[in-house]
Design a protein around this ligand. Structure first.
Ligand SMILES: Nc1nc2c(ncn2[C@@H]2O[C@H](COP(=O)(O)OP(=O)(O)OP(=O)(O)O)[C@@H](O)[C@H]2O)c(=O)[nH]1
Length: 195
């Protein structure tokens, strides 16, 4: 199999409202920021890692990866983070993972990229059972003009966007627990004491 170089991005640009308006990626699980857990899992899977963040840039930069802010104003959702990553990426494919899923699969990018290569789609997205996980995707950097036009039209929905592209869904039923995400302080405490 040929290897296409891949830029990974940790999406950490949200407002964390359900956690009380904190910067979710910097909240600690077992004494380490959640985004640091994601970086440790994602960095070995990609050729370059970016962190998409809209606040606390210097704290994220301390993880040792380039930090990129949204270019679309007004907290436009995770697609704005993908847009920033596609704009800043050095490599032709971009893989995403959210900052609030610290247990993501160690073979996420390998499985998405195998599917993308085999299908000639524009984007591969992870799915468990009947649920797609749009923020775990791999897409070709050349979809950027299409995404820019979509966001400029005022649209924000991730799944509606990729429904307009050639997309392949990749089943991860065997690793469903790896997609657990942490949205509230209660969930954070539950995972903190469970591990
Ligand atoms: N770049 C960027 N990423 C975002 C934005 N909103 C959410 N995200 C990211 O998208 C992923 C899923 O976000 P959510 O959990 O739905 O939103 P959140 O803002 O983090 O948290 P809530 O406000 O509680 O919904 C996370 O990785 C967020 O960091 C945004 O406006 N810009």
């Amino acid at each position: 199999m040929t290897h296409t170089h891949i830029t990974g991005v940790i999406l950490a640009g949200g407002l964390g409202r359900r956690m009380g308006g904190v910067d979710k990626g910097l909240q600690e699980l077992q004494g380490r920021p959640m985004a640091a857990w994601v970086a440790e899992r994602l960095a070995p899977q990609v050729d370059e890692l970016l962190i998409n963040a809209n606040q606390n840039a210097e704290r994220y930069a301390a993880f040792g990866h380039r930090v990129v802010a949204d270019r679309i104003a007004g907290f436009a959702g995770p697609l704005a983070g993908l847009h920033a990553a596609l704009s800043a990426a050095t490599h032709p494919w971009v893989a995403t993972a959210p900052c609030d899923s610290p247990f993501l699969p160690a073979d996420l990018v390998a499985r998405l990229s195998a599917a993308l290569l085999a299908s000639e789609a524009d984007l591969a997205v992870a799915r468990t059972f009947d649920q797609p996980h749009p923020v775990f995707c791999l897409c070709k950097r050349n979809v950027l003009p299409h995404l820019t036009a979509y966001l400029e039209s005022g649209e924000r929905k991730f799944d509606r966007w990729y429904a307009t592209l050639k997309t392949v869904e990749v089943p991860f039923d065997d690793e469903a627990a790896a997609f657990e995400n942490i949205n509230t302080r209660d969930e954070l405490q539950r995972f903190d004491s469970a591990r």
